[in-house]
Design a protein around this ligand. Structure first.
Ligand SMILES: NC(=O)c1ccc[n+]([C@@H]2O[C@H](COP(=O)([O-])OP(=O)(O)OC[C@H]3O[C@@H](n4cnc5c(N)ncnc54)[C@H](OP(=O)(O)O)[C@@H]3O)[C@@H](O)[C@H]2O)c1
Length: 333
């Protein structure tokens, strides 16, 4: 099969397109013929080696964390899927590699794709959808009537998180630049702050939840918009010791995470707010709940650009520009 591989960890080097064998499937896995794959900032970070402590992939490896496609074969212990099923997934870490014609996915991380959207739209949802779900539903337990500040509403995570928060009955504030204001309002954002002109710290206060996806300075300022007992969930770091425990990280990794998050945890304690780091996980169960939201019309996919498979490097570069409005997808088939 054709696949795009990371030959060496590097920020600059492009992925190489090669012919490699189709992946083998384990008893609990499903072989998926890839129709479409979405590109995420995580792909660039993994390629550059920024996640080596957490995800030490051995080169060469196939990149890609989101897939929609068709089941071609199932493992001996798989009972929920059959050849021909249209599915989507964010495959488990160490079983990623969706920039390819085929990928093996654990049954527990797979779901039937929503039937009202295309393969390209379905591929755009798993990683960002699961991130928003795990941040707002699992960690923050966002409730009707609460106020949530979702940074970068026009980004991949933002477009999904705004819609999910509105579905949960929350008031949503978000940041974006002028060109994307109408888009995030259409998705349901109640308060839109142009981050190039205005300071969100002055515009909003007494929020229940913040979903932080930006730099350390933004994280620090975000603390001041929360009410006491408010919840700050960060998907852009710093990782904390609780996260180290969750992933059963070795002792030294936990100490690194403790040191990295020391200042943030101390500041959160002084302000009487709760800080937690999230690194999203694969989940077929949560994807099934997302399927229901998409089929009911509560969540709409938002795609900025679709690239042909042979332009995978260009798709990655476009995501690296940081200017994508919604998701960037590769049409593989
Ligand atoms: N921990 C996890 O599990 C997890 C999961 C998913 C994502 N992430 C991380 O979360 C971050 C966002 O991911 P993403 O997929 O949403 O990225 P993305 O789609 O590449 O985000 C692009 C968007 O960000 C906006 N933006 C850039 N700088 C901004 C700023 N200072 N304030 C407000 N908006 C800004 C841009 O809007 P303008 O063009 O208007 O500036 C653009 O629309 C990345 O760092 C990613 O690695 C982490």
């Amino acid at each position: 099969m054709k696949a795009f591989l990371v030959e060496r960890y590097s920020k600059k080097e492009k992925l190489s397109l090669r012919e490699i064998p189709e992946p083998d499937i384990q008893d609990d896995e499903v072989l998926v013929q890839v129709h479409a794959a979405a590109v995420n900032p995580l792909d660039s970070k993994v390629k550059a080696g920024e996640f080596k402590i957490l995800l030490p992939y051995k080169t060469p490896f196939v990149l890609g964390h989101d897939v929609a496609g068709t089941v071609v074969r199932v493992g001996a212990r798989v009972s929920g899927f059959k050849p021909g099923d249209a599915v989507y997934s964010r495959p488990d870490d160490f079983r990623t590699g969706t920039f390819a014609e085929y990928v093996a996915v654990k049954e527990s991380s797979l779901a039937i794709k929503p039937d009202n959207i295309t393969m390209e739209e379905a591929a755009s949802l798993p990683l960002v959808g699961l991130t928003a779900w795990q941040a707002l539903v699992e960690q923050a337990k966002l409730k009707k009537g609460q106020k949530v500040f979702i940074q970068a509403g026009s980004g991949g995570v933002g477009i999904f998180a705004i819609q999910l928060a509105k579905h949960l009955g929350a008031t949503v504030a978000t940041t974006t630049s002028a060109a994307n204001v109408a888009m995030v309002k259409n998705l349901g954002a109640d308060v839109v702050i142009d981050y190039k002109k205005d300071d969100f710290e002055k515009a909003i206060r007494d929020y229940d939840v913040v979903l932080n996806s930006q730099d350390a300075a933004t994280l620090k300022k975000s603390m001041n918009v929360l009410k006491p007992q408010g919840r700050l969930v960060s998907i852009s770091g710093p990782p904390d010791p609780a996260f180290a425990d969750e992933i059963k990280a070795p002792w030294f990794v936990k100490q690194i995470m403790r040191a990295l998050s020391f200042g943030t945890r101390k500041a959160a304690k002084q302000l009487n707010i709760q800080y937690s780091f999230l690194f999203m996980k694969a989940s077929g169960n949560q994807l099934r709940q997302i399927t229901a939201l998409v089929e009911s019309g509560a969540i709409l996919p938002v795609i900025d650009k679709i690239f042909p498979f042979d332009k995978t490097n260009e798709a990655l570069e476009y995501v690296e520009s940081g200017r994508a409005k919604g998701k960037v997808v590769i049409k593989v088939r």
